[in-house]
Design a protein around this ligand. Structure first.
Ligand code: HEC
Length: 130
């Protein structure tokens, strides 16, 4: 195989790896980054962040609604697909997407980044919703 072909198959592998991301895998990756075992995650803390994070003026629920199985809306009125993986199979299947939106939304709502523990807890909670 020539070098170009090797490079092409390597990047195909990388793409496949990205596409194969799952909520479970992302949750466990954030847990590991926080130095926690999956069993140490808190579903209740994930739910509390979602429902009560922020100053009350701007919260996760402002855009995502109280029910993560439902569609949400941005301030500009654009629809947001449901956050719960049970209602939206595309959720948490792309690590870069999750990181991008955690960064934007945590800064927006909390005025700071979310920790790896908070992200893991949030995904853990969302995974319990049927
Ligand atoms: C101003 C509106 C708004 C607020 C407030 C908001 N979000 Fe979002 N969120 C969005 C939009 C828009 C997207 C991207 C569109 C999509 O993924 O459907 C998104 C996507 C996400 C994703 C990406 C999930 C994935 O597919 O990987 C996560 C996680 C998320 N939000 C969590 C939160 C959390 C946690 C909070 C509260 C700290 C929050 N959001 C507050 C609008 C908001």
């Amino acid at each position: 195989m020539n070098k170009a072909l090797v490079m092409a198959s390597l990047s195909a592998c990388a793409l496949n790896a990205a596409a194969a991301e799952t909520p479970l895998h992302l949750r466990d990756g954030y847990a590991r980054a926080a130095g926690l075992a999956p069993a140490e995650l808190s579903v209740a803390a994930g739910e509390a962040l979602f429902r009560r994070g922020g100053d009350g003026e701007r919260q996760c629920v402002s855009c995502h609604t109280e029910d993560p199985r439902r569609k949400g809306k941005t301030r500009a009125g654009k629809l947001i697909a449901p956050l719960a993986p049970s209602a939206n199979a595309a959720r948490f299947t792309d690590a870069a997407k999750a990181e991008k939106w955690f960064a934007r939304n945590c800064a927006d709502v909390l005025g700071r980044a979310c920790s790896a523990r908070e992200k893991a807890n949030l995904i853990a909670w969302l995974m319990t919703i049927n």
